[in-house]
Design a protein around this ligand. Structure first.
Ligand code: DLL
Length: 426
């Protein structure tokens, strides 16, 4: 473990530390972030009203729209001259939101990424092929700094240029790779095409995240690259990658670094806190950030907290996979569906590849979902079986379209969009 003094803090001590750090964050916002102070005053709240952890539920959420409203740096608590880096969220619609870090924030960022990489199986002295995009996206530079903190030798290859990536992996013999799960599949296909068996690759651990993925993809990456693949989660508004990571020995939920990020799961519509174990929207407070402290940030990501005992000795809670974003939710004839639920069904049907794409259309007033899938050999029987399984397991009627291997869109290094929505706005 990289920092057992925090990762294994006895639960009472952890809760005390969180309460103290949440109070510090409220005091910082009250003193340094006028729009957030005004918001608390309007709600009749004062930082001293946080006496116990459950009191937090009375405090307002912060949303992406707040970062847009105060674009670019209106929610920053540190003086401009103290800032050391700016990143931006990938924002698929409208203006991006920018986020700022001072030196303290960059230190926290490196620390939580180092913990995450260590949990993923990386050890000092290993070589690290970093295929997350470098630039405004937090993936590249964020994992880079954490890898240096841990003591890895980083190859900052960034995204894209697949043939060169394959060459570099063969030439430099890295043990650790980080990229999006969809890009890991592209690299695995590349090696297969070149006739390089997974057993001949130096890679041991893959740290995959930035987009939803499920077990089907994990199995394909592990088999294709000869690695143990773990999930890394994070978002720019809170810090970037490194909010949580699975342990390579377990691969059962991602340890959330709760001494820095306070997690809550809330009901997607009412915002009411939900107990551990229930699915809802993840809300995070970045307790130790000093340039951009955010209170109860509504991530929009649907997951649940897993409080059960674990085999690693850590006391921080784990989070399950992100099923999707509350805004990725497809409501198909009244039934809620996330693309990862469809992926989970494909997992049960061994012969289907992890490449799939969802197309939404509308005929008249009814929405239709077409699930495009790559299969080695299409047949009406297979199509019928997949459609039946999805109906049985997810409760929706979908049309399945079986496509030739290699015909569906592939990741070019960045986040892969799994859904194309052709529905006109209602
Ligand atoms: O994607 C940070 C990151 C970089 C995480 C590299 C992991 C690895 P943003 O561009 O701000 O930051 O996008 C954040 O991506 O709210 C989720 O919806 C999604 N996301 C991130 N990690 C995962 C994951 C980076 N492991 C948004 N599983 C988040 C599912 C993820 N979704």
């Amino acid at each position: 473990m990289f920092q057992p003094e925090f990762e294994c803090l006895p639960t009472d001590g952890l809760r005390d530390l969180q309460l103290q750090r949440l109070r510090d964050l409220l005091a910082l916002q009250w003193a340094q972030v006028p729009p957030m102070r005004a918001r608390l005053e309007q709600a009749g709240l004062h930082p001293d009203d946080l006496r116990r952890l459950p009191d937090l539920a009375a405090f307002p959420f912060t949303r992406k729209a707040d970062l847009r409203d105060y674009y670019p740096l209106g929610l920053v608590a540190a003086p401009r001259a103290a800032l050391r880096r700016i990143h931006a969220s990938s924002g698929t619609s409208g203006k991006p939101t920018v986020v700022a870090y001072d030196q303290h924030d960059l230190d926290v960022f490196a620390e939580v990424v180092a913990r995450s990489l260590h949990a993923a199986g990386a050890r000092p002295g290993m070589t690290f092929h970093n295929a997350y995009g470098y630039g405004l996206f937090t993936g590249g530079l964020g994992t880079h700094a954490g890898a240096e903190r841990l003591g890895l030798c980083t190859v900052p290859v960034s995204g894209g240029g697949t043939e060169r990536q394959l060459d570099l992996i063969l030439d430099l013999q890295p043990e650790v790779i980080a990229c999006t799960p969809s890009y890991a599949l592209v690299l695995a296909e590349g090696f297969r095409r070149r006739g390089v068996p997974p057993g001949d690759l130096s890679l041991r651990c893959a740290v995959l995240g930035a987009e939803p993925w499920a077990e089907k993809t994990r199995a394909a990456v592990q088999e294709g690259l000869g690695v143990t693949a773990t999930n890394i989660y994070g978002l720019s508004e809170i810090i970037g990658p490194g909010v949580s990571n699975e342990d390579a020995r377990e691969q059962r939920g991602s340890y959330l670094w709760e001494d820095h990020f306070y997690p809550e799961i809330v009901h997607p519509e009412t915002g009411e806190p939900l107990p551990d174990g229930e699915w809802g929207v993840l809300v995070l407070t970045s307790m130790t950030r000093t340039a951009l402290p955010l209170l109860r940030y509504w991530t929009g990501d649907i997951t649940r907290l897993l409080p059960e005992a674990n085999s690693t000795g850590r006391t921080v809670r784990r989070m399950d996979i992100v099923r999707g974003r509350s805004d990725d939710l497809i409501i198909l004839r009244g039934v809620n569906v996330y693309p990862t639920q469809l992926e989970a069904v494909l997992l049960t049907l061994g012969h289907v590849s992890p490449h799939y794409h969802v197309v939404l259309t509308r005929s008249g007033t009814l929405d239709d979902l077409t699930l495009q899938l790559e299969v080695p050999q299409a047949s009406a029987a297979l199509r019928g079986e997949i459609e039946r399984q999805i109906k049985a397991q997810v409760g929706v009627t979908v049309r399945c379209e079986l496509c030739d291997p290699g015909s569906l869109p592939r990741s070019e290094g960045g986040k892969l969009r799994r859904v194309t929505d052709h529905r006109p706005p209602r």
